[in-house]
Design a protein around this ligand. Structure first.
Ligand code: UD1
Ligand code: CA
Length: 505
């Protein structure tokens, strides 16, 4: 960023200024999105565009923030209130234009008594703008004792933007909208970002002079620049080199490009903070996620919402976690998870579906092809392969066998399964909840547990096995199976003695 205003004063003013107020413009329709969702509610990096604008605004430590709404008023206002209740919602009336939006925003900020000091105006659809940039803009504005400071950028293609017109001495004299510009004005490549710092009193009085006499019949906020100049006020430009920060998303192509750029910035930030990201291009991290040093993210990892990852955990490849807490040293491979907690040193995956309420203790395991929901799993317990655990409490160091299922739903109500510590369950055990298994108990393979199992008991619920000898030859003669059976060295069962469950009754 550089100071392009020759007459801006450079002497420091100290911190005598009151914190600024911010007006966020979010009343526009955003028709080019072709969406039922209002433009400013479209999200990148897990946060709506207006959410990014509010984050930047509140990052200034402002006196107050007002958001101007009109299109889909209830949806937009509701969303803004859900993000930060302090925000003053301002309804723009039928008069169109950024000038009118700011005028009404300022009236709301004024309330009983007129505010003084700096007012920052920003847009709800410029998601990469940072609080740092707003702070620099305000500092520059206040240090220069300007009436207006416009954040500008020099673009290769300035089509559609308001052009920044400078006098012979380099001072900003006006902003001309693309639709109102002459050929010569259109050749200017310095554009108005739409983000400004104003002196409140100057803004208030100049807006009274703004009319709608232009090609679009709108009250242009940009007219304030010429009006202020006419009264001898000081107008400066603050040029930003990082054009992404002032880029708006008008359609979904721009939204996607901004989303990728944001993600690049977020992944780079985490790498600089000590996170290994093998492939940033396929790793997507919401701005709300928190990562510790020495976390490793493998390709195809997506971390969303309030996800937190502790040191030395390894996530991925191909893992999507939303609102998941991953403990130190845990490993999460090819997993889809939400609303879950994974303890220190625990392992999850591959091909695992963690649903809300899953709480895996330290050094525990939820293995391949498992689905879990509302289940507390104690330290060191393992659910290694192929199963479903829902509405269950499992103690410590228990081993849940392959293919175990909690039958938690009777078609009307959900019921809990309670399994103690050091339990060993056989393959394909079904727990018909509500049911409890005591500490140190075992279940046999294929057991269907309908009644509580006391501590230390072995639970068997297997129907006795009966072998109908010679059945294939008699009933399936001529098939490959019958031929194989006939050719077998002995068609007598090999383990007659051990098949105690053969049914001769
Ligand atoms: C505006 C600027 C232009 C600048 C460009 C940067 C004006 C007159 N022009 O043009 O100089 O280069 O932004 O992107 O200010 N809005 C309201 N109420 C309204 C109209 C707009 O709140 O009545 C909000 C919109 O939701 C949007 C922002 O103001 O967030 C800008 O509106 P838009 O119509 O996109 O302005 P541009 O014509 O692009
Ligand atoms: Ca625009």
């Amino acid at each position: 960023m550089s100071d392009q205003n020759p007459d801006a004063r450079t002497e420091p003013t100290g911190s005598t200024h009151a914190p600024p107020c911010v007006i966020v413009l979010a009343a526009g329709a955003g028709t080019r999105m072709k969406s039922r969702t209002p433009k400013v509610l479209h999200a990148i990096g897990g946060t709506s565009m207006v959410g990014h604008a509010l984050n930047a605004a509140y990052g200034l430590g402002p006196r107050a923030v007002a958001a101007v709404v009109r299109h889909e008023r209830d949806l937009v206002a509701g969303h803004i209130e859900s993000m930060d209740k302090r925000t003053i919602i301002v309804d723009q009336d039928a008069v169109p234009g950024t000038g009118r939006a700011v005028q009404q925003g300022l009236e709301s900020l004024d309330g009983e008594s007129e505010i003084s000091g700096t007012v920052v105006v920003t847009y709800g659809d410029v998601p990469l703008l940072t609080a740092r940039t707003l702070k620099d803009l305000v500092d520059h504005h206040e240090a220069g004792r300007n009436a207006v400071t416009v954040l500008t950028a020099v673009l290769a293609d300035a089509t559609g933007y308001g052009r920044v017109l400078r006098g012979e001495d380099g001072n900003v004299v006006a902003i001309r909208e693309h639709k109102d510009a002459t050929e010569q004005e259109l050749s200017v490549r310095e554009v108005n970002s739409g983000i400004y710092a104003f002196d409140a009193a100057v803004l208030r009085s100049s807006l009274r002079e703004v009319t709608a006499e232009n090609t679009q019949g709108e009250m242009y906020l940009t007219d304030v620049v010429e009006i202020v100049r006419g009264h001898g006020g000081r107008v400066a430009a603050f040029v930003i080199e990082d054009r992404w920060q002032v880029e708006g998303a008008n359609d979904r192509v721009q939204l996607s490009a901004l989303g990728r750029e944001l993600n690049q910035r977020v992944t780079e930030g985490w790498m600089r903070a000590g996170v290994t990201i093998v492939d940033p291009a396929t790793t997507w991290i919401d701005v709300s996620v928190d990562l510790a040093e020495d976390v490793t993210l493998l390709p195809g990892t997506q971390l969303h919402g309030a996800t937190v990852v502790q040191p030395h955990a390894v996530i991925g490849p191909d893992t999507t976690l939303t609102d998941v807490e991953v403990g130190p040293g845990a490993q999460v491979v090819r997993t889809q998870g939400s609303g879950a907690r994974i303890g220190a040193g625990a392992t999850v995956g591959p091909f695992t579906y963690l649903r809300p309420g899953t709480d895996l203790g330290a050094d525990g395991k939820i293995g391949a092809f498992y689905e879990t929901k509302n289940v507390r799993i104690g330290r060191g317990s393992k659910l290694s392969h192929l199963g479903y655990a829902g509405d269950a409490d499992i103690g410590e160091y228990s081993n849940i066998g392959c293919g175990n299922i909690t039958a938690n739903y009777d078609g009307v109500n959900k019921h809990r399964t309670v399994i103690g510590s050091h339990v060993r369950t056989g393959s394909n055990t079904v727990f018909t909840a509500p049911v409890s298994i005591g500490d140190g108990a075992y279940t046999g393979a294929g057991a269907i547990i309908r009644r509580d199992v006391p501590p230390g008991a072995l639970a068997l619920s297997i129907a006795p096995q009966r072998n109908a000898e010679g059945w294939t030859l008699a009933k399936r003669a001529g098939t490959a199976a019958a031929d194989a059976a006939a050719a077998a060295p002995s068609n007598k069962p090999k383990h007659t003695e051990s098949t105690q469950e053969s049914d001769h009754s």
